[in-house]
Design a protein around this ligand. Structure first.
Ligand SMILES: CCCCCCCCCCCCCCCCCCCCCCCCCC(=O)SCCNC(=O)CCNC(=O)[C@H](O)C(C)(C)COP(=O)(O)OP(=O)(O)OC[C@H]1O[C@@H](n2cnc3c(N)ncnc32)[C@H](O)[C@@H]1OP(=O)(O)O
Ligand SMILES: NC(=O)C1=CN([C@@H]2O[C@H](COP(=O)(O)OP(=O)(O)OC[C@H]3O[C@@H](n4cnc5c(N)ncnc54)[C@H](OP(=O)(O)O)[C@@H]3O)[C@@H](O)[C@H]2O)C=CC1
Length: 515
């Protein structure tokens, strides 16, 4: 019997960010391994014209939850969606709901965040810092609370090369930042943002670091732990391999490469690609929840959920395997054939962006205009290149994360728990994982049918022929222009033509003699 699974039995669990990528996998695993848990409260806001109930219904009826329904048929009754917007004071939670949360919650998993790299400092602070502070305040009023687990990111201290499982202070106190954002106007905030974030690349990593400081400062006598995952990718094993449902991290770029939009990227092939499967993160999170509640460590422990120091893979190997998988399992209606190069300097990057990205988009838009359709490819390409430029920081560096606490926890688990809540990334076979990831992107993200693979392969063949035809035409036009302008080119041309003519005449004469 798994001790961790048994621990969550009968518990009331509060999850923020349950509608997000990680939150869904966390809920799924909890219901599947501890179907006798009492209730999962999820803080949800209405979104994209959907009510809370519609959002929950959609999640529970998705492919991800198919296994849950077998082991926990009354899952609908065990999930309680509570209206909450983390941007509002007290999250906009009603009095009755708040009362219930305060009196019943045993465990909190705080996953909600803004993960956008281009968010304004005001919004990123509101969600990643102030909301964390408010949730901690709520937690401090919960008499039955056993553990508070905060999800941060391994990149919260990406300004350092070696990162330990400790909370590093930021130069300006989070409280000061929160206070000043209240009275500063947006223009001034934009001006001071680069100074505040310092050598971090964006507001996301900066505010996640501030969020950790808030956790440390407001921990009081609660049992708190922080988990720092690196780049979270599709599921490795559970509930099935390759599940992914958003474009964050590598997923969007995998699609861009498979569809032939992304043909070159400024990335260091030997830099460590610190990817971690989402189910591994969730298994560690649940194990940490159990350990923190049962063993009550004296201080707030930080757990790195990373792969680089235990089972490293680099971007070169990853990119190669992504492309190799697209050979076997191509995406439908590709714009160009999947092919991608790593460039390492700014000049080649600019050149490749102009030749391999912008020029084909302009040509295609010209074709759309000619055929009476609305041009759109240049816009798509510009947005893609903007996204890629935001990722560059992370794919051209390597970090070392120590994992003492994570390894210590692994050794504390029973063999059964090590199996059911496996977070030992040393067992991960990268080639198999990446292949499943690419397949998952095709199936679960793009919702493409496997039956369409032969047609997708045919389409790639047509694209290859168009490519050859286009290159030949381009060469002939360039050559024709050169001949018209240069005597030297004309001489070379005359030489080649006469050489071919002589060769053919000789070949014809010798074959006639044989007959
Ligand atoms: C190297 C290999 C090279 C290979 C070479 C070739 C080989 C083969 C291929 C390569 C394979 C291997 C992997 C490669 C590298 C992986 C790097 C990962 C680094 C991750 C580091 C993470 C570290 C920290 C981890 C964390 O701790 S946190 C989690 C990370 N957080 C995020 O990943 C949020 C990012 N996103 C945003 O920050 C916003 O999304 C924003 C982008 C501003 C747009 O923002 P905006 O344009 O305003 O609007 P959107 O509505 O968002 O999107 C608007 C439009 O962009 C589209 N689109 C949104 N996203 C993405 C995305 N990703 N990728 C692509 N497209 C995207 C969306 O489809 C929409 O398209 P459309 O409809 O216009 O056609
Ligand atoms: N994905 C990754 O690569 C990594 C993620 N992390 C961390 O993991 C955690 C989860 O990330 P992930 O699941 O990928 O992120 P997602 O963007 O998929 O999910 C974010 C969640 O936060 C919720 N949320 C955002 N704003 C609000 C709001 N104002 N009110 C209520 N809820 C809100 C979202 O709700 P809604 O659906 O309504 O938008 C969603 O449920 C985050 O803390 C992130 O920093 C750490 C390392 C890497």
């Amino acid at each position: 019997m798994s001790m961790i699974a048994a621990f969550y039995g009968g518990k009331s669990i509060l999850i923020t960010g349950a509608t997000g990528f990680m939150g869904k996998v966390l809920m799924e695993k909890l219901f599947r391994t501890s179907p006798d848990l009492k209730v999962i409260y999820i803080l949800v806001r209405p979104k994209a014209g959907q009510t809370l109930q519609q959002r929950v219904f959609q999640i529970l009826n998705s492919k991800l939850f198919e296994k849950v329904k077998e082991v926990c048929p009354n899952v609908h009754e065990k999930i309680r969606a509570i209206y909450a917007d983390l941007n509002q004071n007290d999250f906009g939670i009603s009095k009755e709901d708040m009362q219930e949360l305060l009196s019943c919650t045993n465990i909190i998993f705080h996953c909600a965040a803004t993960v956008r790299f281009d968010d304004t400092l005001r919004h990123a602070v509101q969600l990643n810092v102030t909301a964390t502070q408010q949730l901690l305040l709520m937690a401090s009023q919960m008499p039955k609370l056993e553990a508070f687990i905060h999800i941060s990111t391994a990149f919260s201290n990406c300004n350092l090369k070696h990162i330990d499982e400790v909370i590093y202070p930021c130069p300006v106190e989070p409280k000061k930042i929160i206070d000043s954002l209240e009275w500063l106007d947006d223009a001034i905030i934009d001006e001071i943002t680069p100074k505040l974030i310092g050598d971090r690349p964006n507001t996301y990593t900066y505010t996640k670091a501030l969020g950790e400081m808030v956790v440390q400062q407001e921990s009081g006598n609660m049992n708190i732990a922080i988990i720092r995952p690196s780049i979270v990718g599709a599921t490795w094993q559970e509930p099935f391999p390759g599940w992914v449902d958003n474009l964050n991290g590598p997923s969007g770029l995998i699609i861009a490469a498979g569809k032939g939009f992304l043909r070159a990227i400024k990335a260091t092939p030997m830099a460590v690609a610190d990817l971690i499967p989402v189910d591994t993160v969730v298994n560690l999170t649940l194990a940490v929840g159990w350990y923190t509640a049962v063993h009550r460590p004296k201080s707030t422990l930080v757990y790195h959920c990373t792969s680089g120091n235990l089972n490293p893979c680099n971007w070169g190997k990853m990119g190669f395997q992504v492309l190799a998988t697209f050979e076997k399992i191509p995406l439908e209606r590709a714009f160009r054939r999947p092919y991608a190069d790593f460039t390492t300097n700014n000049f080649t990057t600019q050149y490749r962006n102009a030749v391999s990205h912008r020029a084909p988009a302009i040509i295609y838009d010209f074709y759309l205009r000619l055929t009476g359709r609305k041009p759109r490819m240049t816009k798509v390409m510009n947005r893609l290149l903007r996204t890629v430029s935001m990722m560059e920081y992370f794919i051209n560096r390597s970090w070392e994360w120590s994992t003492y606490n994570t390894e210590m926890l692994m050794s504390e688990l029973s063999p059964e728990d090590q199996r059911v809540f496996n977070f030992d990334v040393r067992q991960l076979n990268w080639l198999e994982y990446i292949e499943n990831y690419v397949l998952g992107v095709k199936k679960y993200l793009l919702k493409e049918d496997m039956a369409g693979i032969p047609e997708a392969k045919q389409h790639l063949k047509r694209l290859r022929n168009i490519h050859y035809l286009f290159n030949t035409a381009l060469f002939l036009i360039a050559w024709r222009l050169l001949i018209a302008r240069s005597q030297m080119a004309r001489n070379v041309w005359f030489f080649i033509v006469s050489f071919c003519y002589k060769f053919l005449s000789y070949f014809r004469a010798s074959s006639t003699l044989k007959v």
